[in-house]
Design a protein around this ligand. Structure first.
Ligand code: FPP
Length: 241
């Protein structure tokens, strides 16, 4: 890898990038706006970055849109985020044939409104044959995902489908929301926080983490280039030498 390649990002991008879209609230506060305005700007940043990922040839983009802990926020803020997601999915469904993006949802959707659940299912079903994939983590928690996977495996053991000693890392992976999706090579968290916050706990075992000081609504294609350049500079050894 040469300096020029790094500078121009000529190296292939990671196949799978995951992002914790953090900093919407602070972005709004700095402007004296309600938190929902920060989420709306965060939604715009998501569109920008999802389009850019497609241009770069990133195959999978996973974003943390709503965690199992986010229900603790005010009713108004939760409703605002749900409204934004609903609007986005309605638009995505209308533009489905043009954009050709495959949607998957990681999380327990049963707690969402019936209308939003239906939009999620429609988006997932109608896009199943497309190639570039966006995974929305919605009412998602990494620990919750592993508990659910463990329960489902235990149920299959009880039903006689497996014996407990059949469990391998691959088999457990197949019970996760992310079944069939390769692990993310790169996880980006903007906004200056340096935590994983219950995001993709299993899948991030060997991911490179890039923490950035920009707030998510301000996140630009240039910031993504910088994160990818940083990723390429790391020496990924997977526990070897
Ligand atoms: C974290 O920032 C962000 C969220 C909890 C919500 C993320 C949701 C969106 C970006 C909108 C979703 C819509 C689409 C179309 C993708 P924070 O509120 O915790 O920020 P703070 O730490 O500055 O308070």
């Amino acid at each position: 890898m040469s300096e020029t390649d790094l500078k121009n990002n000529l190296l292939p991008p990671p196949r799978h990038i995951a992002i914790i879209m953090d900093g919407n609230g602070r972005w709004a506060k700095q402007r004296g706006l309600p938190r929902t305005a920060g989420h709306a700007a965060g939604g715009e940043a998501f569109r920008r970055i999802a389009n850019y990922c497609r241009t770069l040839g990133v195959k999978y983009l996973t974003v943390y849109a709503f965690s199992t802990e986010n229900w603790k926020r005010s009713e108004e803020e939760v409703a605002g985020i749900m409204r934004l997601l609903g609007r986005y999915l309605r638009e995505a469904l209308a533009d489905m044939e043009k954009n050709k993006v495959r949607f998957r949802f990681f999380g327990d959707l049963s707690k969402l409104s019936p209308e939003l659940q239906k939009l999620c299912m429609d988006a997932q079903n109608r896009s199943a044959d497309y190639d570039v994939q966006v995974n929305f983590c919605l009412n998602y928690g990494g620990r919750d995902e592993i508990v659910r996977a463990s329960r489902a495996f235990a149920a299959d053991v009880a039903a006689g489908k497996y014996r407990s000693e059949d469990l391998t890392e691959e088999l457990l992976s197949s019970y996760l929301y992310s079944a069939d999706v390769p692990d993310p090579e790169l996880i980006i968290r903007p906004s200056g926080e340096k935590r994983i916050s219950n995001f993709l706990l299993w899948q991030s075992a060997y991911s490179e983490f890039v923490f950035m000081n920009v707030l998510w609504p301000d996140f630009s294609p240039g910031d993504l280039d910088a994160a990818i350049a940083e990723y390429h500079q790391r020496n990924r050894r997977f526990g070897g030498t």
